[in-house]
Design a protein around this ligand. Structure first.
Ligand code: BDP
Length: 694
């Protein structure tokens, strides 16, 4: 097992009774649609049937001959007459149903949808059920996505490198395109479609305008032709100064007529090649990227220039809200809100403002980004990071769905109680809008796609939550474990526990109690002492603000006023250190080392305990994994085992670095119940130096 097949393994079903039931339902398939998408759905059933049942699929040419029918009511009118399909039209273009029904005198298995892409999703759902051994006799599934555009963001560069990518190089081989189509593109598309992902931004937000050149459009077209079969639209990032770099113009001012004309023609050229092109994703005036503010224009003016030109082609414009250039405050946390809140209502209807889950940057834990409760007249989309930039790269087992879930289920109070982020992003602010969600991909060209075998779970979970943001992380983990390793309950129970505790463990050994940004420049190793020049706002010290007397960043009404960016009652809850949830305490407050936690312990003791708890949890994960050998392929088992050993060593290093560094400020002993680190701060620093940065 090399992990290449992801969760689409289609391993032989060993339970004889189950296999017999499946064989009886899969013996003859009636599949009247002949579109390219229907054809790949049919191929998928063929592949699965060979794997699961060692049976070649027989095609039926009518309902009478079929045991399984996969069709729309248009191609198979008998399905439209069924009681079960009455509500089908409400499921939209991507929705589907899977059930058994009596048709022409016999029980038959049915996958039905309004469109062929819905059939594809229905087929994948059916195959998931088969892989997990579900009984078919009484199956009834009716499902549709709650978010229309479910998008992966690749931070892939045209030279094949991947920004914050840890799983090898880009899967997109630009130098070979458009001539050679790597078969891997097809497996990438299958994997995405199987979890409902229907869009992909092919290149880095730190954009290279070359992607918009005629030569590259031909390459993008070749990729789009493959991905389209699986219901996936391609998007590109657009560099704001492309009219200058590619078009030779003197300016990229969004109000300049020549600039407008250049974009208009460029967009027309793209749609000529790729009629279903998804649109652009733009990072502007952020971390050195050019943007409208370079010309004295607002983010809305910049976004609308492109959006209005994309609109006649049904294109979307995803404008990122990740900015921290606003000089009005030196607290990065308040900047995006200050920048974008005043623009609420000024964006064209096909603009989606792409907002990261937290106000800083994909940290192990952040309170949710207050923009989600603050822009009722702007269509917001959520951006999460699947690649583990701040969470141990491809080395640490950190199941991210609990982090995504924590954000999606956070109540913004945007329209009173119950206005969760899940609801904010799945609600259209007016009929002409579209809803969307994006995840920064963790996919690369190494054999198993994601490096850490459990990294696959994060890709899977993103897709499942994009489809239904109210799913629970535990249910998704169970589903993934069953598809990937084994659905033996003994295996699932233990492995689930590992996964579900893994994110909290990472928070504990990296940044507990609301601490943040304690890592080195690579974002991998601990460096709470970091003092970067010439950018003090990026140094760790400027985030934790620890000194002799206490620790934490005062973002209350007495400090940077970040708490005021939340709706009532959150702003009041966050504003008072007594009511502020402890997981955000040091995010919003600077408190003395003696500040009493709910446990009665002083903050200093609580902090140390969290660091130790994180390491203990990783040790527990390693023990748990050791029990799972009998259920897992030997190669995968060993790989995870050795990664957990590394994670334990590194978690310990994180703990020791932070506990010892903060001790050098607090001047307090390590609480007696804990065993002090067996090394000094200088030794830890020296060790880190020898390891270099990754
Ligand atoms: C940060 C990454 C940086 C990205 C940036 C972004 O460190 O590489 O370019 O986010 O989202 O997390 O634009």
């Amino acid at each position: 097992e090399d992990g290449y097949k992801l969760w689409l393994r289609y391993n032989r079903i060993t339970n004889k009774a189950v296999a017999a039931e499946y064989r009886s339902f899969l013996s003859a398939v009636y599949f009247p649609s002949t579109s390219p998408t229907a054809t790949v759905a049919k191929q998928e059933i063929e592949t699965a049937s060979i794997g699961l049942l060692e049976a070649r699929l027989r095609l039926a040419s009518s309902v009478e001959q079929a045991t399984l029918i996969v069709a729309t009511p248009r191609t198979c009118p008998e399905l439209g007459d069924l009681e079960q399909t009455k509500a089908l039209s409400k499921l939209g273009k991507d929705g589907f149903m899977v059930f058994t029904a009596k048709l022409k005198g016999k029980q038959r298995l049915v996958v039905v949808a309004n469109e062929d892409v819905g059939l594809l999703y229905g087929v994948f759902k059916l195959l998931t059920e088969l892989q997990n051994g579900v009984h078919l006799k009484s199956i009834f599934i009716s499902d549709y996505p709650k978010i229309e555009n479910r998008i992966l963001n690749h931070w892939d560069n045209l030279d094949g490198s991947v920004e914050r990518g840890y799983a090898g190089n880009s899967i997109f081989k630009w130098e070979e395109l458009p001539k050679r189509i790597d078969p891997r593109y097809i497996d990438y598309a299958r994997a995405n479609a199987s979890i409902g992902i229907n869009g992909t931004v092919l290149n880095n937000v730190n954009a290279n305008s070359k992607i918009l050149s005629t030569a590259y459009i031909a390459k993008v077209k070749a990729l789009a032709n493959v991905l389209r079969l699986y219901g996936i639209r391609v998007y590109l990032t657009a560099k704001f100064t492309a009219p200058m770099e590619l078009g030779g113009l003197k300016t990229a001012d969004p109000l300049n007529e020549d600039v407008k004309k250049w974009w208009k023609e460029k967009i027309a050229e793209i749609y000529q090649a790729i009629p279903d092109f998804g649109g652009f994703c733009v990072k502007a005036n952020s971390e050195g990227q050019p943007g409208p503010q370079d010309y004295g224009r607002s983010h809305a003016q910049g976004a609308n220039l492109l959006a209005d030109l994309l609109k006649p082609h049904n294109g979307l414009l995803m404008w990122r809200a990740f900015v921290y250039n606003n000089k009005a405050s030196d607290d990065r946390v308040v900047e995006a809100y200050n920048e974008f809140k005043p623009l609420d209502g000024q964006f064209s209807s096909n603009v989606l403002l792409q907002v990261k889950n937290g106000p800083i940057d994909f940290q192990p834990r952040e309170p949710f980004n207050p923009l989600f409760g603050a822009m009722p007249n702007t269509q917001l989309m959520l951006e999460v990071q699947i690649t583990q930039e701040y969470l141990g790269f491809d080395k640490h087992l950190v199941y991210l769905a609990p982090l995504f879930e924590e954000c999606l289920q956070a109540d913004t109070y945007a329209w009173g109680k119950g206005a969760t982020i899940s609801k904010v992003i799945s609600k259209k602010i007016s009929a002409g809008q579209q809803t969307a969600i994006a995840g920064v991909a963790n996919v690369g060209n190494i054999k198993n796609w994601t490096g850490h075998p459990f990294g696959q779970a994060n890709w899977f979970a993103f897709g499942r939550l994009a489809w239904n943001p109210d799913l629970t992380s535990a249910d998704i983990a169970k589903e993934w474990l069953g598809l990937t390793f084994s659905n033996d309950p003994k295996f699932i129970n233990t492995a689930l526990d590992m996964m579900m505790n893994s994110r909290e463990a990472a928070v504990d050994y990296m940044t507990p109690l609301g601490l943040t940004m304690l890592m080195d420049v690579s974002h991998y190793r601990p460096a709470p002492w970091r003092r970067d020049k010439p950018a003090p706002v990026l140094s760790a010290e400027s985030f934790h603000r620890a000194d002799r007397l206490g620790i934490g960043y005062d973002r209350s009404s007495a400090g940077s006023k970040a708490t005021a960016q939340y709706q009532t009652p959150l702003k009041e809850i966050f504003d008072d250190p007594k009511s502020c949830p402890e997981k955000y305490l040091l995010w919003f407050h600077h408190v003395s080392w003696d500040f009493k936690l709910k446990s009665g312990l002083p903050v200093w003791d609580g902090l140390c305990r969290h660091y130790y708890q994180g390491v203990e949890q990783v040790a527990k994960m390693a023990d748990q994994w050791n029990q799972l050998g009998p259920f897992v392929d030997a190669e995968q088992f060993k790989k995870v085992q050795s990664l957990l050993t590394t994670q334990h060593e590194e978690a310990t290093l994180w703990r020791d670095a932070n506990v010892l560094y903060f001790q050098s400020l607090s001047n307090r002993p390590i609480p007696a119940v804990l065993t002090p680190p067996g090394r000094s701060l200088d030794e830890v620093k020296a060790l880190l130096k020898t390891q270099g940065s990754r």
